[in-house]
Design a protein around this ligand. Structure first.
Ligand code: BGC
Length: 382
């Protein structure tokens, strides 16, 4: 269905004779990907947070490709997770004559000035994956159902511990199990949605004593990981092992909101003598993004699960929404309630995600062409 709309949108743009613009080449580092200037179809600025996480590279490339196919010129920028860099990049996109902005923010509260300049020039803004907060000038939001992602993360933890079966029925394990909780970066609006979805799912088990957060660190502030950094998560896991698990108590599960964080946690656990695999007693660790390194770890019985958010679909949705705005229309939303950015409820298009376990890597990731079998075996995307 989405494909159809996408094709129709592309067709419409082509019919208007706006096709065949040359785009900027994909570049490296944290900087610009070209010297794009406004051309026939119009210049669209795409601001991405960082290239340290694979998903944003895939997102950036897919959005750029889709927009170029639809006849637009693209200025794709990565900000190296540095807030002033992202602010500058967006300022420059506006100066270069961008007609629309697609922004995956680093700090969702730090772009109000840029968005005001955009609005003053009549430039529409689409928040990509992460909501931009505290601004009336966010016109649309394309993302996944972030609360549900959190529910899926917690569900995979329960499945790994044997408290639930993958089909949702009750498992045979009884616990009690010691677990620890990790959350994402507090300046990313998604982090709270993931954590809320996860805690709402785990709370009944915590209340009945089946799950025990032994450190007592249950608030999102205590669990947070600034900028989603792997090293930061590894350090916190090391500290938790020292403070809470050095006198014989064993840890059985860790809620992790992102694959990079998961790998930091796993390294800390293995260094402390757990594992090296789940079969050898490595705790159940969850994740998000289906990064290739983590998919390999899942295939090797090291990480238990991840959440697959198909960035190709999100990119398609961004292109469809952008094409609608560029044609003077309003993009179709499928949620007009969930995402209040502090100033207004931003009309949104939410996509669905899937839990990846070892036994559905093939059907979800390989059969869909997201990765090849060889990439999964090697743990590196080609
Ligand atoms: C995204 C996640 C990602 C995280 C870290 C979040 O905003 O929704 O997919 O794991 O950022 O990059």
């Amino acid at each position: 269905m989405r494909r159809k709309i996408f094709v129709a949108a592309v067709g419409a743009v082509m019919a208007l004779g706006l096709a065949a613009c040359s785009g900027s080449g994909a570049g490296g580092g944290s900087g610009s990907t070209g010297d794009a200037t406004a051309e026939e179809g119009g210049l669209i600025g795409v601001a991405m947070p960082t290239q340290t996480s694979e998903r944003w590279i895939n997102d950036g490339e897919a959005v750029k490709e889709g927009l170029e196919k639809a006849g637009y010129t693209v200025d794709l920028e990565y900000a190296g997770d540095d807030i002033p860099t992202q602010q500058q990049q967006i300022d420059q996109m506006i100066t270069k004559g961008a007609k629309l902005l697609i922004v995956a923010s680093i700090d969702g509260t730090a772009l109000a000035n840029q968005l005001q300049s955009a609005a003053d020039k009549g430039i529409k803004v689409i928040a990509y994956d992460r909501l931009i907060r505290d601004s009336a000038n966010v016109d649309f939001y394309v993302t996944f159902d972030n609360y549900k992602v959190g529910v899926q993360q917690a569900t995979s933890l329960l499945v790994g511990l044997g408290l639930l079966n993958a089909d949702g029925s009750a498992g045979t394990a009884t616990g009690p199990f010691n677990i620890e909780l990790f959350a994402g970066s507090l300046d990313d609006n998604n982090a709270k949605f993931f954590f809320d979805g996860a805690i709402d799912t785990l709370q009944p088990y915590i209340d009945e004593g089946t799950l025990v957060v032994k450190s007592g660190q249950t608030s999102i502030e205590q669990a947070a990981t600034l900028r989603w950094l792997q090293e930061t998560a590894q350090k916190r896991m090391e500290d938790l092992l020292t403070s809470t698990y050095s006198s014989g108590d064993k840890l059985q599960g860790v809620l992790s909101p992102y694959d990079g964080i998961s790998r930091g946690i796993i390294t800390a656990l293995q260094n402390a003598g757990y594992g090296p695999t789940i079969t050898d007693g490595l705790p159940i660790v969850t994740g998000q993004d289906a990064e290739i390194a983590s998919v390999k770890l899942i295939n090797d019985d090291v990480q238990f699960a991840t959440i697959f958010k198909d960035t190709r679909k999100l990119a398609d949705q961004a292109v469809i929404s952008a094409s609608a705005f560029m044609a003077g229309e309003t993009p179709e939303a499928n949620d007009t309630e969930a995402y209040d950015n502090g100033v207004k409820v931003v009309p949104s298009f939410l996509l669905q995600s899937d839990i990846v376990y070892k036994d559905n890597i093939q059907s979800l990731l390989i059969d869909s062409g997201y990765y090849t079998e060889a990439e999964v075996q090697a743990g590196q995307a080609g």
